[in-house]
Each structure stands twice: as structure tokens, then as C-alpha cells.
Design a protein around this ligand. Structure first.
Ligand SMILES: [Zn+2]
Length: 183
């Protein structure tokens, strides 16, 4: 069959092998530029590499360990959303050394204690997105999310307005968590 406007031969979808399912497809080739190019920083402009050189208050750091450190996420899902990062610019968990893995684990435990103490949260979401395809915002530098959860902390803002309601300011939360962090 030919395209009615251009006269160029086109292949009909029925000519291809396929397994139909319940989903519709929204084809978005214009988004390929984001997937292929992304906005992944090099080591010399990586925010997780640059943060430790700044003051704790400027970088929103709450604790510094030997191999890893803890800071507030600039884009929190909830008040008190912390990130635990190794100092080294490594992308995935299996690239971290045993010392880094151990300290990321112990800093995560301490963060849970501290967040429970200062914010009386009811639960946590903890995890690492490994790679851009898995949702990592900065895929090139490993970071563990610690998100405190409260009963009734969800609402429809993210769905209807693309907006996350975060009731407390970052600097205020940083001071509170840093002050409660055991030395
Ligand atoms: Zn980095």
C-alpha cells in the first residue's frame, strides 16, 4: 500500500508479527534526547562530589563519616528526606568497597534513629535507584534515599498539580537532624 499523500509505499501494522495486549502506546521519539544525552554530571561538576567541600549548612550536610556522608535531599519527597553517599564518585552499589558499604549501612541506621527521635515518623522508605533507567536522578554517584513516612502523609497534590507538599524548610530540618546526630 502507498501513502495517500506522498505516494511512498508504507508497511501496514498487520504485516508485522505482534502479541496484542491491553496497553495503548504513546510514541515519544522526541524524548529520546533526554534518554540518550541525559544530564549526568562528570566528576568535576557532580553535586555529591562537590558537597563535602562546602560547609555543612551550605551543602545541607547532617553528618560526615570516614567513607560516606549524609545530607538532605534538595528535592525531598517528605520533610527529612536524607541521602547517604560515599565520598568516592562510584555509580553502583557493587562498585562500593566493603568499608563504604559498611558505613553506608551504619549511617542509614543512625539516620533512622535520629529521624524517629526528631520527627516521630511512623515508617521509612529506604533504597537506591541504580542507573537512570531505574529512576536515579544522579545516576553517576551512588546515593541511598531515606524517606521518613507518617500516617496520612500522602495526598493528591503530586497527581493533580505535579507538586509535592513539603511542610518544613530544608535549613531548619538540617539543623534539627544535625544537632540530634550522635557524635
Ligand atoms: Zn560524584
Amino acid at each position: 500500500m502507498n501513502d495517500p499523500e506522498t505516494g511512498i509505499p508504507v508497511e501496514e501494522s498487520t504485516e508485522f508479527a505482534a502479541v496484542p495486549d491491553a496497553f495503548q502506546r504513546l510514541w515519544t521519539p522526541h524524548r529520546l534526547v533526554y534518554i540518550q544525552e541525559g544530564q549526568q554530571p562528570e566528576e568535576n561538576d557532580c553535586p555529591f562530589c562537590m558537597a563535602p567541600a562546602k560547609s555543612d549548612t551550605d551543602a545541607l550536610i547532617v553528618a560526615r563519616g570516614t567513607h560516606a556522608y549524609v545530607l538532605l535531599n534538595l528535592f525531598p519527597y517528605n520533610s527529612g528526606h536524607l541521602l547517604v553517599c560515599p565520598y568516592r564518585h562510584v555509580a553502583t552499589y557493587d562498585e562500593a568497597t566493603p568499608e563504604e558499604v559498611a558505613e553506608i549501612g551504619s549511617l542509614t541506621q543512625t539516620a533512622m534513629h535520629v529521624l524517629r527521635q526528631v520527627s516521630s515518623c511512623d515508617g521509612f522508605n529506604i533504597g537506591m535507584n541504580q542507573g537512570r533507567i531505574a529512576g536515579a536522578g544522579i545516576a553517576e554517584h551512588l546515593h541511598q534515599h531515606i524517606v521518613p513516612r507518617w500516617a496520612l502523609d500522602s495526598n493528591f497534590f503530586p497527581i493533580i498539580a505535579g507538586t509535592k507538599a513539603v511542610p518544613r524548610l530544608l535549613g531548619e530540618v538540617r539543623d534539627e537532624v544535625a544537632n540530634a546526630w550522635p557524635l
